[in-house]
Ligand binder design. Sequence first.
Ligand SMILES: [Fe+2]
Length: 176
Amino acid sequence: MGSLLNHPLFKLIRGEHLSLLEMATTPKESLSISELSKKMTEHHHNEEQYLFSLLNTKPRVCEGGPMCTYFFDAHITSPPLKIAEDLTKIAPIIPHSMNEFWTNKSPLRIPSSEHIALKHILEFSVGENLQKNFNTFQEILRNNIKKEEECLFHICSRLLTKTELDTLFNSWRGSS
Ligand SMILES: [Fe+2]
């Protein structure tokens, strides 16, 4: 069963994670925030629309796994939406498309709230504030990616079938 972790879908997502991390660590002078924001939003949209929505239909998604407990605790002690609000002095809004994760009290609220916080920080930090807030942005991005690769991928490989992963992979590829 563990071999599903080698599915091309995870390879595709890892590749996108790597390029986001690279973009977010390029020297600030040559970094295009709008390009980073565009790539990141596309990536998060695919995760939410394809992966999270399907996972959220599986009751066992709440079981998590050993690494997930660690990440869950970190999420409680440093809530990304609160961090984004403190940095920008504007409260982030949960998009309608993500309501299902909140009403079900799904653990998918964790990566989803990181997605919202990351977009919010880029969108509402202007001028000097962007420089000031960018380290926190990088930290949330790194944590989000680590969490998805070390916890979420494992949950997916346990709860989704090869056919479901194949379908997700094809939809994801077709979207780019
Ligand atoms: Fe991701």
